[in-house]
Design a protein around this ligand. Structure first.
Ligand code: IPE
Ligand code: IPE
Ligand code: MG
Length: 258
């Protein structure tokens, strides 16, 4: 029998309550494309191309597993520091992914949102992103959030700036966690339950810093281009073994009276 929670912090889900079912919101740091290619003596671009196939498999598998929202890290604010040809390959892949997969996503009832700053992103990609968001805005079977030109710190700064502007405009509403969250790129998505990182690295690399507060973390050694339904099921299985306490306590078995 699962232990029962004794107290829940106000505003937080009951401790231990939500790990039994499928996570509602899963985020993935899709890492290891370069190493996948390197091990095969292929250019890194080949790893990124295979990574797109893994993304397609994983979106489908997440929907089948009962996940409501998947957030994937596609390109970080720090990834601009890679050599220009790799950056350009990655931009090309975004174009290819949107062009080849948008119709299928739309038909499958997937709503697409892109998290991240638009500044610095090539204008045609910005138009594609806006088109994909508008085209799928009415869908509600599954939410796919693609973090692109995204950094957790930049996102928090943008939310702070947003709040400061509202204050200057005379909005005196107190700053609460809930109010602040509405300025984040992920506003409106379910509370983040699980973060997966592939490739064996054990860090967040500036992904969803605010949202990660009480997410469970699962690190898998598999390289991203090899990902799909089976490793996702393993990660969800591990999540389901976790006890989420949110700072509260789980009840100890009642002491027998002497
Ligand atoms: C992840 O794979 C994709 C992006 C960061 C865009 P990497 O390109 O980081 O692959 P590794 O970490 O070098 O193997
Ligand atoms: C994180 O992976 C970014 C994405 C997966 C898009 P990186 O490969 O860029 O992260 P570091 O450099 O290993 O921290
Ligand atoms: Mg990497």
């Amino acid at each position: 029998m699962p232990e029962q929670p004794v107290a829940a912090k106000s505003g937080a889900p009951a401790p231990g309550s939500s790990s039994a079912g499928a996570p509602r919101h899963v985020a993935i740091i899709m890492d290891g494309n370069g190493r996948w290619a390197q091990r095969r003596g292929l250019p890194r671009a080949a790893g990124h191309r295979e990574g797109v196939q893994a993304l397609k498999r994983t979106v489908e598998a997440a929907g089948n597993a009962g996940v409501e929202c998947l957030t994937v890290f596609g390109f970080s604010t720090e990834n601009w520091s890679r050599p220009a040809d790799e950056v350009s390959d990655l931009m090309g892949l975004v174009r290819a992914y949107v062009t080849s997969d948008l119709a299928r996503l739309k038909k499958a009832g997937v709503r697409v949102k892109v998290l991240g700053r638009r500044t610095g992103v090539p204008a045609d990609i910005v138009r594609m992103i806006e088109g994909a968001e508008a085209d799928t805005a009415a869908n509600n079977r599954f939410l796919l959030q693609v973090a692109f030109n995204y950094g957790g710190r930049a996102d928090i700064l943008d939310a702070a700036e947003d709040h400061a502007q509202r204050r200057l405009a005379g909005d005196a509403a107190p700053l609460t966690e809930a109010a602040f969250s509405t300025g984040l790129a992920s506003a409106g998505s379910p509370e983040l339950d699980l973060i997966i990182r592939t490739s064996g690295e054990r860090r967040l690399s500036n992904f969803l810093l605010w949202e990660a507060a009480y997410a469970e973390l699962v690190f898998q050694d598999i390289l991203w281009p090899d990902y799909g339904a089976e490793p996702l099921a393993q990660a969800i299985g591990e999540f389901q073994q976790r006890q989420r306490r949110y700072g509260g306590r789980l009840a100890e078995p009642a002491m027998a009276r002497a």
